[in-house]
Design a protein around this ligand. Sequence first.
Ligand SMILES: NC(=O)c1ccc[n+]([C@@H]2O[C@H](COP(=O)([O-])OP(=O)(O)OC[C@H]3O[C@@H](n4cnc5c(N)ncnc54)[C@H](O)[C@@H]3O)[C@@H](O)[C@H]2O)c1
Length: 325
Amino acid sequence: MSIRVGQAGLGEWGKNLVRNFDELADLAWLCDTSEELRERFAGRYPRATLTADFDELLADDELEAVVIATPVPTHHELARRALEAGKHVFVEKPPAMRREEMIELLELARERNLVLMPGHLLLYHPGVQRLKQLVDSGELGEVLCVYGNRQNLGVIRSHENALWSLGVHDLSVILHLVDEEPESVWAHGTSFLTPGVEDVVFCYLRFPSGKVAHMHLSWLDTHKMRRMTVVGSKKMVVFDDMELERKVTIYDKGEEPPGGTYGEWRTRTGDIFSPKVGNDEPLRLECRHFLELTREGSAGSEARQGLVVVRALEQLQTSLEAVLA
Ligand SMILES: NC(=O)c1ccc[n+]([C@@H]2O[C@H](COP(=O)([O-])OP(=O)(O)OC[C@H]3O[C@@H](n4cnc5c(N)ncnc54)[C@H](O)[C@@H]3O)[C@@H](O)[C@H]2O)c1
């Protein structure tokens, strides 16, 4: 049986979710405050009912799941109302901007036995899943540091800064790979275009095990970079989403302990290898996973992952503001 789904937010990203849920589920409702978008989507998805009123969608007793792809500041409020109405919720990242709000959503979902899944798209990317396997199998040795580059010229946002708009992706991957919460974080950034909205942000995170991570986030850059590097004590690996074929490259490179006459560290370089990585659309895998959880009525670990990411984002934002003060 197809799951009956309703979606709020039919913008630039929302349209991708609509395409997937229309193919994978019974997409019964489409909601957006923009009349122009409602008209456009009514033509493309004639089986769905269009509305500007989120409550009208929630009032459908047969509706099982709600997808939220509206601007970030609206996520918590809409997700809360959907959970209170007894619907499973998929909400774009981040589901809330404060940890208390995220905890409230988590508790609502737990009390009512509902799925709450944040849209951490990259966790469904076959390249990131390969990175996680490499880390967990011990092939890289001990992970020493992880760093992400997410740079481009645009899309320039005027409400959320580069940390909340871009950083949430890399942060979800770093926290998933390291599987620890940071004990201390630093963030520095500058607003060049819109006052108060940082266009370029550098973040540093230190974990209890001694691992460190770094993120360079910017929409004012020469090149589009979507890269995550993991430096292990035995091998190193790069996930580069701009590569068409070699998305993941493993470098058999490392350091060798001091020895010999001078007792100095030496380096070792060996083979470079690119394993095959599936080319399934991460968004399709993500939507399918949400529908599976909904079908099974299983809480999964996704909501908790969302809380860990929101907590780290909040810590980084506090650091960013402290540096600016
Ligand atoms: N996972 C990803 O890779 C990814 C990529 C881009 C954006 N996103 C996320 O998707 C969300 C939407 O981003 P976008 O780029 O599509 O933004 P957008 O501004 O293009 O679209 C948002 C839409 O929501 C509508 N809207 C606003 N408030 C509403 C409400 N209360 N009820 C119904 N509709 C409402 C707006 O009219 C607009 O059409 C954001 O949370 C963003 O962070 C995720």
